[in-house]
Design a protein around this ligand. Structure first.
Ligand code: AGP
Length: 629
């Protein structure tokens, strides 16, 4: 977690960095800070709390300069107070560092530094880095100081470094945590000359402006190209441009890529929050995804370097919402491709000793592609020589790069901490992947393939219409139950993951205690919770479990629970049983119904959060990318 940024160029560094932090705040938002190198000093501004606090501080005490680094924090070591905010300065004030990750041997390094007389100003693991750099910096060679320091650090990190005596130099290094370098367009030549046009009167920062960021959106709109640093790589940014090295100081050839996303993809547009925008984007996201998996009306076999026909077992690795999508992936693969599937929570898998049976494919599912536990699970699987496919939204991510093959979600940047459009895209991508495997195995005849494709193709429109259809009832329910202390979500079969996901949404953004349960299991204990004050959301579309689900609803009703049903709005039986119905349309393949059933629950969580005055995009204690264990 945490977001880091750096800027070197003609613009006002503090202003560029504030915008970058705005785009990175989904990675952590309990404090923020920046340091600008100017006039032989590092000018530091830090503030606890949301980014507005830093912005207000900069208004009161502006800093000017063209070279700086910045950070938005999700606390790991030390509470979110100003003294623990980044950047951290070296004991002599010459060096500033921002860091994402954890320095595992920080306690031993701290003891040694303290024994040498260094006094620490914070509780963070990060602060050892600027002190070590200062010890190794002779005032001439910043790169050597960094190489010596990196040799002493254990753990995962992405860092950016600024120097008081260098207004034209930034360093960055990566081991385990993501980090990108960006560069702006080449400046135009003056007509009739070989000289470049500088409106800023000089070239201390080279011919292109240079940037550092934890994620691509934070390089916008300045960068036209970006370079994802590999693990164990350093970038040296200065008038010479960008030079890359490994941690032994050997040069590496940078491989620049064009920036293909636009600034509008990372703005809220006309919506009041990213979450609201991302919920509304689901029809177009699904349409784009489905198109990408079809050619001439048939399923394309993905180019993963793996023969899908030979797969006998699949292991899904995922966390949180991605894990809920994996539960549905299991149903799809079992039903369509008759493949044996295990669904593992990454943080559990990585510490087990899983059996690496032959013909097993591991699928790492992650919106961000940076989740530390899923990445560790992927590496464990690879160490057992299992092929790994990454189902990711961020295709520049570490999981994408370390996977043998990638299935992109193409959902566009998801900024709201609560995953919405990435979830429904994951579910659709898994459905299509199961169909692709089934076809490769000869288990999906032409007409069955046609039905799958038709069912998938109908979904964007059904999603758009369901969002409209359910909204009035969602609003009514949110008004009625926003003050409830707890909510239970029940579902069976494919709607059990929907129940888990609906509960997670309500917990994470509205801070309502919520639990998702398989409806048939409810009577084995949790039904004791039911009172007339407890809203129980019962997901009950007309699927194979419909009758069973109606019986489970009866059991709740008999104990006076408040029933909010998700299902067919015209279903008389359901209407008679439920206090309220959140209507959803019907998918032509019931395997896809959970994509429709989750929509009113995303909107319900959003509306309850709004009524409870919660920040839906940046809920407390969370971060979008969980890059620590
Ligand atoms: C989703 O709403 C959550 N914020 C969270 O559970 C998330 O799905 C989880 O951290 C996994 O993230 P990933 O998909 O980026 O790996």
């Amino acid at each position: 977690m945490c977001g880091i940024a750096g800027y070197l160029g003609p613009k006002d560094a503090a202003q560029v960095l504030l915008v970058a932090l705005e785009r990175l705040k989904y990675r952590g938002y309990d404090s923020a800070g920046l340091a600008v190198s100017e006039g032989g000093s590092l000018h530091l501004r830090r503030a606890a709390g949301k980014l507005q606090a830093l912005s207000a501080k900069l208004d009161a005490q502006p800093v000017s300069g063209h070279c700086g680094i910045a950070h938005t924090r999700w606390a790991t070591h030390g509470p979110p107070e100003e003294r623990n905010s980044h950047p951290h300065l070296s004991y002599d004030g010459r060096i500033a560092v921002v860091h994402n990750g954890i320095i595992e041997n920080h306690a031993a390094l701290r003891r040694d530094l303290e024994a040498d007389g260094v006094r620490f100003a914070s509780d963070t693991d990060t602060e050892v880095i600027p002190h070590l750099l200062a010890k190794h910096y002779d005032g001439k060679d910043p790169l050597q100081a960094l190489l010596r320091t990196l040799a002493m650090l254990e753990g995962a990190f992405a860092i950016a470094v600024a120097f008081a005596d260098r207004t034209d130099r930034l360093l960055a290094a990566r081991k385990g945590s993501p980090l990108l370098i960006g560069r702006g367009r080449d400046r135009p030549l003056r007509p009739g000359t070989q000289e470049r046009q500088y409106t800023d009167g000089g070239t201390p920062w080279g011919e292109r402006e240079l940037l550092i960021a934890s994620d691509l959106p934070a390089l916008l709109p300045h960068a036209s190209e970006y370079l994802p640093l590999e693990d164990g790589e350093i970038a040296d940014l200065g008038p010479h441009g960008v030079r890359c090295y490994d941690f032994r100081g050997e040069r590496r050839e940078p491989r620049w890529r064009p920036v293909e996303i636009t600034a509008s993809a990372v703005s809220k547009g006309n919506y009041d929050s990213f979450m609201a925008k991302e919920i509304a984007e689901q029809p177009e996201v699904l349409a784009r995804l489905i198109d990408s998996r079809l050619r001439d009306g048939r399923l394309v076999q993905p180019d993963l370097g793996i023969d899908l026909a030979t797969i006998r077992h699949v292991v899904f690795l995922a966390c949180g919402t991605s894990w809920h999508a994996a539960l549905l992936g299991k149903r799809f693969l079992e039903n369509l491709a008759r493949v044996h599937v295990e669904v593992d929570i990454s943080s559990e898998y990585r510490y087990r000793n899983p059996v690496a049976a032959g013909n097993t494919l591991v699928v790492a599912i992650s919106q961000s592609g940076e989740t530390a536990d899923t990445l560790a699970g992927l590496r464990l699987a690879k160490s057992k020589f299992l092929p790994v496919v990454g189902l990711v939204n961020v295709v520049t991510s570490t999981i994408a790069r370390e996977s043998d093959g990638v299935l992109p979600l193409l959902a566009g940047p998801e900024i709201g901490v609560a995953s919405t459009k990435a979830y429904t895209a994951q579910v659709m991508a898994l459905y299509l992947f199961a169909a692709q495997i089934a076809r490769a195995k000869g288990l999906l005849p032409h007409d069955a393939e046609d039905s799958c494709i038709a069912a998938a193709r109908a979904m964007p429109d059904l999603v758009a219409r369901t969002l409209q259809l359910c909204e009035p009832s969602v609003e009514e329910c949110a008004d009625l139950y926003a003050a409830a202390q707890a909510t239970v979500f029940l579902g069976r079969g494919g709607e059990h993951p929907t129940a888990l996901e609906g509960a997670l949404k309500l917990k994470e953004i509205a801070y309502v205690h919520a639990v998702g349960y398989p409806a048939g299991e409810f009577k084995h204990g949790p039904i004791a919770l039911v009172t007339r004050h407890l809203p129980v959301v019962c997901i009950c579309p007309r699927d194979a479990m419909y009758e069973k689900m109606l019986s489970n609803i009866q059991e709740v009703k008999a104990r006076a629970g408040r029933i909010i049903a998700v299902g067919d709005g015209a279903d008389r039986d359901l209407r008679d049983l439920a206090d309220q119905v959140l209507p959803v349309l019907r998918a032509s393949d019931e395997l896809l119904q959970p994509i429709l059933s989750i929509l009113p629950l995303q909107r319900y969580a959003y509306r309850v959060a709004r009524l409870r005055d919660c920040d839906v995009d940046q809920p407390r204690n969370l971060a979008k990318s969980v890059t620590v264990e």
